[in-house]
Design a protein around this ligand. Sequence first.
Ligand code: 13P
Length: 341
Amino acid sequence: MSLYDIAKQLVAPGKGIMAADRPSPAFRELLAAEGIPDDEHSYRNWSEMLFTTPNLNECVSGIIMTDEQVRMADSRGEGLLPQVIERGMIPGISPFKGMVVLAGSDGETVGSGLDGLRERLAEYAALGVGFSKWRAAFQVGPGTPSYYAIEANAYVMAQVAALSQEAGIVPIVEPEVMLWGDHTIERCFDITEWVLSRTFEALYVHRVDLEGTLVKASMVLSGNGCPQQADVDTVAEQTVKVFRRQIPAAIPGIVFLSGGQSDYHATAHLNAMNANYEMPWRLSFSYARALQREPMAIWRNRAENAPAAQAALYHRAKMNGLASMGLWAEELEAEAVFSSA
Ligand code: 13P
């Protein structure tokens, strides 16, 4: 399959991506609160529960996994990755090995894991991985992000994108402007515009094929500590505006991260964009927290809770699938008409 075909499948109407690539701090807190050991076994149970949710492929096109998950055996001793494929979803990989502080910076970071990446990507491709994701995280502060951090991250994201395409893997380039801080939506807009413009320049320099690339973007939002919180329509308007300025129409799709937004806002914002604007790209989701918050609260590493946790995951994925077509409505949440049964 061509890179373009994989990218198109990932953003097919009504579908988005589930990011399962990090045992988030919330996951670790849940385990600690329940007295569950934070070990390989819990991570396997959690991953298997998520990936085997009945009918998930109706609204989830692909799952972003870690290196550990890609190699993981399920409770029957069979591979988890082949199960994802059998269930009609595309496995993806987050090949990065953690954030490191940029030397000489004021605590700004860049992803690590470029060493041996060419070989690892070839191995992932042989296992059936169809796409990769690489994140850059920009904290908005008085002097950040700096020109230095934006350039360094743009070049690393572009290198990973080029190496992914060489291996036949669709890169998802993720420059995240983080929600944390008291900055206004206007400042978020300006930073997002700057970051996107430098990211695309780096993709051009690295000869990345845009038709075979997806962007994982943050929405243009007020900082979580800003007294003036922009409403849903303003977020939709500003986000679409910055994308129109900086994301070429050749990109098949933009998938959002949820970034700490509530489940409701992650869905409502996506829906408002798709319901109200004509755009050259498909706009969908690649959420971790906004899909897994509720399943995590229900699950608690108990097998008897798995069906209810899976129903909660299916419901959120379905709501976001509808939002990716501008067809979501708040009443659907209250009715909880969808279940995975
Ligand atoms: P959130 O949706 O929780 O922001 O995570 C998305 C992700 O994969 C960030 O790398």
